[in-house]
Design a protein around this ligand. Structure first.
Ligand SMILES: Cc1cc2nc3c(=O)[nH]c(=O)nc-3n(C[C@H](O)[C@H](O)[C@H](O)COP(=O)(O)OP(=O)(O)OC[C@H]3O[C@@H](n4cnc5c(N)ncnc54)[C@H](O)[C@@H]3O)c2cc1C
Length: 446
């Protein structure tokens, strides 16, 4: 319900930049003759609009709304293989599989995303260091091209199109349905531990120590902290828990509330952000806190506030996520934190995680070994954009990359250096498919 209500305006989650599509065409039946060639201009599939920037937008063109393609097709309970239409959301899947003792192979920080969107962005979760990306668990899918061709793609069949479509940003055709592997779980609970760390070095120590013992790891960072506290935060780690450890607990999560209106932009400022970050950092009394919690509150804390993106007001916000390879003295990530905290630019909700070396099957997938940081920046004009340009240069010098699913502003030159494989990928792009993002980042850069 809630996910549908949020998505129907067909904007992106960050609501920046403001883009108008010419038309939205819903798809209801996967077996219908869907004539994509009859649509004027360019087309792009649209799931639940949980991409932050313009990779799910198609200015002046058509969006194919796949949310009505929301039926389960088959479940092989012995093999843990689920087949469903591309518009089925992770929330709908969890409702069906968790009571049967199964779980998603990996999940992003919101369950209001479709399977089509999860494949097209090859999403990652807190278990990237052991499970890799979502695409790694996809056994096959059906792709409709604008010439009417329907391709079954798997690691064996149409294998190149399979690799191009995973992480392919919706540009290779319309995914109608997909099949993927689930993982067994003992129940709906997570045995979690939250540890306070004083700076970036302590984060890396806890992360290295957690990697082999915990399936899920991630950290919140107070990116306004400076000096000896640069990069301080809270480290969260967890494993699926056995039911006998959680007597009398209920696993369901209720949504607390929906943000009813856009917050005035001035309500969020450096003072309120500092107060919020300091309060969060000191929210736990001891160094570490252990709890057995329902999976929902561990994986999807933000989903408890529907339409929380409205808290940033009508100018919207930019999410900035990058990955950089490890360096021995951690100087690059420290220099990024320092630039942010010195800049005076407002940033909230920073998430830090170490990616593992499990390879992504996708040609254009974002995750790679190293450390990844995601930050929310309310849009406050050129000052914000200038800082992000400076951070781009550090990411580029370090041989890292920016995540297209979160992007709304990286330059064509930046994209082409982060993803040198983009030209190979281009040969798989369907001639009728395009996006605002794709047109922006594939401009000639000479
Ligand atoms: C709170 C929050 C937390 C998040 N956490 C994470 C995270 O931890 N890790 C992570 O990786 N991402 C994360 N994301 C990003 C989100 O998971 C991805 O952007 C996801 O792909 C969005 O899916 P969607 O269904 O909303 O698709 P949309 O945003 O609508 O579209 C995403 C892309 O998929 C394409 N697409 C959609 N359906 C199809 C189809 N049927 N066929 C072909 N292409 C299709 C679109 O063209 C577009 O390029 C987060 C987002 C939010 C809002």
């Amino acid at each position: 319900m809630a996910n549908k209500a949020c998505a129907r305006d067909h904007r992106s989650w960050g609501r920046y930049p403001k883009i108008r599509q010419q038309k939205v065409v819903p798809v209801y039946w996967r077996d219908d003759q869907i004539d994509l060639s009859a649509i004027d201009g360019t087309i792009l599939p649209y799931g639940l609009g949980r991409s932050y920037g313009d990779s799910c937008q198609n200015e002046g063109g058509t969006l194919i709304d796949i949310a009505p393609l929301n039926r389960m097709i088959a479940f092989d309970e012995d093999a843990g293989l689920l087949r469903c239409e591309a518009g089925v959301s992770l929330a709908d899947i969890l409702k069906v599989i968790v009571p049967r003792g199964w779980f998603l192979p990996t999940t992003p920080g919101t369950k209001f995303v479709t399977i089509g969107g999860a494949i097209a962005n090859d999403v990652h979760g807190k278990n990237h260091h052991v499970a890799g990306t979502f695409g790694r668990h996809v056994t096959q899918f059906e792709l409709l091209r604008s010439n009417g061709e329907r391709l079954i793609c798997s690691p064996e069949q149409n294998a190149e199109m399979y690799r191009a479509t995973i992480g392919g940003l919706g540009l290779t055709g319309l995914i109608l349905w997909a099949e993927f592997k689930l993982r067994r779980v003992p129940g709906p609970f997570i045995a979690s531990e939250q540890i306070r760390f004083r700076n970036v070095d302590e984060f890396f120590d806890i992360s290295a120590e957690s990697e082999h013992r915990f399936e899920y790891t991630v950290a919140w960072v107070d990116c306004l902290a400076a000096g000896k506290q640069l990069g301080r935060g809270l480290f969260m780690r967890g494993n699926h828990a056995w039911p006998n450890k959680v007597p009398g607990k209920k696993a369901g999560q209720r949504s607390l509330f929906t943000v009813p209106v856009d917050l005035p932009w001035f309500a969020l400022n450096m003072v309120t952000a500092r107060v919020f970050n300091t309060a969060l950092y000191h929210s736990q009394l001891g160094k570490s806190k252990r709890k057995v919690v329902p999976y929902d509150s561990f994986f999807y804390p933000l989903d408890m506030i529907h339409e929380w993106n409205r808290l940033y007001g009508s100018p919207g916000f930019i999410q900035y996520q990058f990955v950089i390879p490890f360096d021995h003295d951690r100087s690059a990530i420290k220099s990024i934190f320092k630039q942010i905290s010195d800049s005076g630019v407002l940033s909230l909700l920073s998430v830090l995680k170490v990616f593992g070396d499990v390879p992504s099957p996708g040609m254009l997938s974002f995750p790679r070994p190293g450390v990844t940081l995601a930050l929310d920046f309310p849009v406050r004009g050129q000052h914000t954009l200038d800082l992000l340009d400076r951070l781009d240069r550090v990411v580029q010098d370090e041989g890292g990359a920016i995540y297209p699913a979160k992007d709304s502003r990286m330059s064509a030159q930046g994209f082409q250096s982060f993803y040198p494989q983009w030209q190979d990928f281009s040969q798989y792009v369907d001639p009728k498919f395009s996006s605002s993002f794709w047109r922006r980042v594939t401009r000639t850069t000479e």
